[in-house]
Write a new protein. Structure first.
Length: 225
């Protein structure tokens, strides 16, 4: 019967952590929430999926954002990177792709929200903004897989903080498996730790996705006072 009690306690704790943002307007114990979501296994994923589709990913991102929010806000803009997915670009985007820099956004297309936000980040002083291409959809360009591209740039710049816009699948399947978490932040490569902040895409479409641009801007502007 010990395993039954353990299971009940585990489910009660998970339910408490999950319902916290809904009932109280805040997340309790973000570190424990993050650990549970990373190691809870398929049972917890199914449980959360039945409550609300995609809830696991929303909680995962919120827990990480809360846990490292102060470190992210304390990092000067000059020590931050911004990663944006190429799927937010317009379908008629004329920009070329380069293996080292990703999508070479010109930033002067008046109707392109992606280019506008990229320029806003650079104007703030962000060290670099990368529009991350897809090696799967852009074959023949000598591109790294998107997760390897991101980790290579984090290793190259060694930023104090990084903001990323990402989809649920890419977060779970590509970015998290080889990423370690401790009190200092996310260790994404040997010796490189950064306070990461994430914003989830609202529509999963590898060619034309959608995101809440205001939410990205609020995250981008976060700063300790």
């Amino acid at each position: 019967m010990h395993w039954a009690w353990f299971l009940l306690i585990f489910l009660a704790l998970a339910a408490f952590l999950v319902l916290g943002p809904w009932l109280c307007g805040r997340m309790f114990l973000p570190g424990l929430t993050l650990a549970l979501l990373r190691r809870g296994g398929k049972g917890l994923v199914r449980f959360l999926g039945r409550l609300k589709p995609g809830l696991e990913f929303k909680l995962l991102v919120e827990a990480g954002n809360r846990l490292f929010g102060r470190k992210f806000a304390a990092a000067p803009y000059q020590r931050r990177l911004l990663f944006l997915p190429f799927c937010l670009r317009p379908l008629d985007c004329p920009a070329e792709v380069h293996p080292e820099t990703g999508l070479c956004c010109l930033g002067d297309c008046p109707a392109c929200e992606l280019g506008r936000l990229r320029q806003e980040a650079l104007d703030l002083g962000y060290e670099q903004v990368y529009v991350v291409p897809s090696s799967k959809l852009m074959k023949g360009h000598g591109l790294l897989p998107s997760d390897q591209f991101i980790k290579a740039k984090l290793a190259q710049h060694a930023p104090l903080a990084a903001l990323g816009v990402v989809c649920e699948w890419h977060l779970r399947q590509r970015l998290l498996p080889d990423t370690r978490v401790n009190r200092s932040g996310y260790q994404v490569s040997q010796g490189v730790k950064a306070a990461l902040h994430g914003v989830l895409l609202e529509a999963k479409n590898c060619r034309q996705a959608q995101v809440n641009w205001d939410r990205v801007r609020r995250a981008m502007l976060l700063k300790a006072f």
